[in-house]
Design a protein around this ligand. Structure first.
Ligand code: NAI
Length: 735
């Protein structure tokens, strides 16, 4: 037995400490499941075994669930699955889920009491394992959590979780937890009734043994004759109501975009009407059905695999030694600069935060202090740690203090001459090897690099607002930027625990370039006479976090007007005005700046509460469509999604972005692009390039050239290529 350290103690308790071979975290590989089956067999047949304790031998957690890499990587294909079958991978995953249920059930029915001593993080299949144990003791350690987060990658709990959790805590609580993918901290898990005891970390095994020795019931709750589902099952009037309301609510919240949530509902509803053994089969059937959906395939690829790869710096040139950062200088202590100083100090790096005068620099530092106070008051950080972070930040107007910095991040006003000036001041203090990164959102990096004496060390490091929350950072290559500089910039982004994507130097880079057309399409619709409520409703129904008009309010209308006028200036005679842009400019002139001053497309009550559409919108464009039938709504949704996707395709054609994984991850982390799709490029791949081109041609005819497919898409469609097929798995090599 290689994946569990097994020891029979003097009381006859078989203590099994999980330790997956070759993995940093415990996961259920095929071999680990075989070992767990052997434990269940031994417990059943060995008279010397009085009870079983399952715990973890790894210091970083209990179990992260099924081994997805192995599950989708073909390890299960051997089980009689034909490798040439295009669905082989997913069938392998099905086989894994089936086996997981069989093994967990064998443990649950081994005839001896089984207690889980959960001494760390238990997620997905890890939580499902302990649900199949008769007793659960959880550590109160600071990093300990439990939960079933499968929906976040387009799946639902397929290792018995969808059947055991509702039987344990009731259908309503379980459905909420599973459809949100909620994680429970120790106290929450105890309060919810998911575990029996919470004890100090070094006491979990003893507490589990104590239960076996004193009470030690070897029969699961749901295998007892007198068992009743808490809150009533689906056949019970109260239970039936939970399902009716739950179904309506889940469909409304997810707009039917997430088949996993709908299938979860079916599995729970049908499963609760059956004995547990049949219920587990129902679960496996719906689980397999879910796995076969394009949404699950795309979400697993992007939100699990690509997120990990990009999050580890897949765009980093290989062969450049890793950079450690002892000091970073941030120029400009405004909204962005202060946020950048905060996230940098949070990762233990000394920060010199520079502004025009001491008061402006101090203001930036006090913003960091506010963020730290909030973290302390929410129990996320100790006072000492917060003080330590704050002490790392030196606020000053003195450019001399830049000396010794490995990196400068510039975030002064968006002005080319001003940025050139501070570049010169900073470079006078910097070593030849130091990197200069600009956080500009609109000025070309190659243009800014002209002010630098070392343009090969000059790069774009583009954060998103608010910096402390947004995970994405775009790294922008200028014409002369070297690979060594790129590697250093990526090392910095990884150090501050953000996700870097590498983009080339075109107007608006990648994220804003794709996102702006979403808002512009909303303006087109408004000018066509479509009611704003319809525009924003269909916007949300696409899976975007907000509709285009509400999104414009959030970004700030004055900023959008500024961007539009600068785009017009830059494009000169080629600029095609967006219908509605003059009206938005008028709104700004009349003091409607968006959410930030409580007045935009919507009025935001000062006292809080729901926003209401500003009545003036209908004077600007009289409403001609105040209701949309399903076909019309579908077409509007298509417009909002496809205008972004066609822009992303153009970015590939122009080489603005080169790796589909970075485009997908960037779209979800950067502007909340519909997660169900697996990202902006996965959307095109799952529609199919040929179908997508045909649709774009049709839409170009109806709405204009902004939908016109680029030549790249036509070529791909003719050859039947996908983006992942054509551009997949690029590794950037150092020159
Ligand atoms: P801001 O106006 O809040 O801050 C700019 C700061 O630069 C001010 O504190 C100002 O006093 C300081 N400053 C001006 N001249 C200076 C000098 N010579 N030396 C040192 N500091 C000087 O602006 P914000 O929003 O923080 O933007 C900064 C940069 O970040 C701009 O380039 C902007 O385009 C970019 N950006 C902004 C985003 C946003 O959502 N606001 C998102 C991504 C990038």
């Amino acid at each position: 037995m290689q994946n569990f350290k097994v020891e029979l103690d003097s009381d006859g308790i078989l203590v099994c400490a999980f330790d997956t071979v070759g993995k940093t975290m415990n996961t259920f590989t095929k071999a680990a499941l075989d070992d767990l089956m052997a434990i269940a067999e031994r417990a059943k047949t060995d008279g010397a075994v009085k009870g079983v304790v399952i715990t973890s031998a790894k210091s970083n957690g209990f179990c992260a669930g099924a081994d997805l890499e192995e599950m989708l990587g073909g390890a299960w294909e051997a089980e009689g699955i034909d490798k040439s079958d295009p669905e082989a991978e997913l069938k392998g995953a099905f086989a894994a889920a089936f086996e997981m249920n069989r093994v967990y059930r064998a443990l649950e029915t081994c005839g001896k009491p089984v207690a889980a001593a959960i001494n760390g993080l238990a997620l997905g299949g890890g939580t499902e394992l302990v649900l199949a144990c008769h007793y659960r003791v959880l550590s109160d350690g600071p990093k300990v959590q439990m939960g079933l987060p499968e929906v976040k990658i387009g799946l639902f709990p397929g290792g018995g979780g969808s059947q055991r959790l509702p039987r344990l805590i009731g259908a309503q609580a379980a459905l909420i937890a599973m459809s949100e993918g909620k994680n429970f901290k120790p106290k929450e898990a105890l309060a919810a009734g998911i575990v029996h005891e919470v004890v100090a970390d070094d006491q979990v095994v003893e507490a589990a043994k104590a239960w076996i020795k004193t009470k030690g019931d070897p029969v699961a709750l749901w295998d007892k004759k007198e068992f009743k589902i808490p809150g009533g099952g689906p056949y019970h009037p109260a239970g039936a109501q939970v399902f009716m309301m739950g179904n309506a609510l889940l469909r409304k919240q997810s707009y039917g975009n997430y088949p996993a949530v709908i299938n979860l509902m079916h599995a729970v509803y049908e499963g609760l009407q059956l004995p547990i053994d049949s219920a587990l089969k129902v679960e496996t059937r719906y689980f397999a059905k879910t796995l076969m959906t394009p949404q699950a395939k795309a979400m697993i690829r992007t939100l699990f695999f690509s997120m990990q790869a990009v999050g580890k710096g897949s765009g980093r040139p290989v062969g450049v030694p890793k950079t450690e950062f002892s000091q970073v200088a941030v120029l400009g202590a405004g909204m962005m600069g202060a946020g950048i100083a905060y996230v940098t100090a949070m990762s233990g790096i000394k920060v010199v935060l520079i502004d025009r005068d001491q008061a402006a620099a101090d203001k930036g530092k006090s913003h960091c202090e506010d963020l730290l106070k909030k973290a302390v008051s929410r129990g996320k950080m100790t006072q000492d740690k917060a003080q330590g972070v704050l002490d790392l930040i030196a606020a000053t107007p003195d450019y001399g203090l830049i000396k010794g910095s490995d990196l400068v991040v510039e975030a002064v006003f968006e002005n080319t001459e001003l940025k050139a000036g501070v570049t010169k001041l900073a470079e006078a203090e910097l070593a030849d090897t130091a990197v200069f990164g600009s956080n500009t959102s609109t000025i070309p990096i190659s243009l800014l690099a002209k002010a630098s004496v070392r343009p090969e060390n000059y790069i774009g490091i583009h954060f998103f607002s608010p910096v402390d929350k947004m995970m994405l950072v775009e790294i922008i290559m200028g014409e002369k930027t070297s690979d060594a500089t790129l590697a250093k910039a990526i090392d910095y982004v990884l150090k501050i625990k953000k996700t870097p994507i590498v983009v080339n130097d075109e107007r608006f880079f990648f994220a804003n370039r794709c996102f702006i057309p979403f808002t512009a399409e909303g303006l087109h619709m408004w000018a066509e006479g479509i009611a704003p409520a319809i525009i924003d409703n269909v916007g949300r129904a696409t899976g975007m976090p907000r509709g285009p008009l509400e999104m414009m309010d959030d970004v700030a209308l004055d900023l959008l007007v500024k961007i539009t006028s600068e785009t017009a200036k830059a494009e000169g005679a080629n600029y095609i005005p967006i219908p509605g842009e003059a009206e938005v400019a008028k709104m700004v002139a009349d003091g409607r700046l968006g959410r930030k001053n409580g007045k935009g497309f919507y009025d935001y009550p000062e006292a809080g509460g729901n926003k209401a559409l500003w009545a003036g919108t209908k004077d600007m464009f009289p409403v001609t469509m105040s209701e949309a039938d399903p076909a019309q709504a579908e077409e509007l949704k298509k417009r909002l999604l496809y205008i972004q996707a066609v822009t992303a395709a153009r970015c590939f054609e122009e080489g603005v972005i080169t790796d589909p994984r970075e485009a997908d991850v960037g779209s979800i982390l950067g502007w909340g692009f519909a997660p169900w799709s697996g990202g902006i490029i996965s959307l095109i791949d799952s529609i199919g390039t040929a179908t997508f081109v045909a649709e774009l041609d049709r839409m170009t005819g109806l709405y204009g050239d902004r939908f016109a497919p680029p030549q790249l898409l036509r070529d791909m469609a003719a050859k039947g290529e996908t983006f992942y097929g054509r551009f997949g798995k690029v590794d950037r090599k150092a020159a």
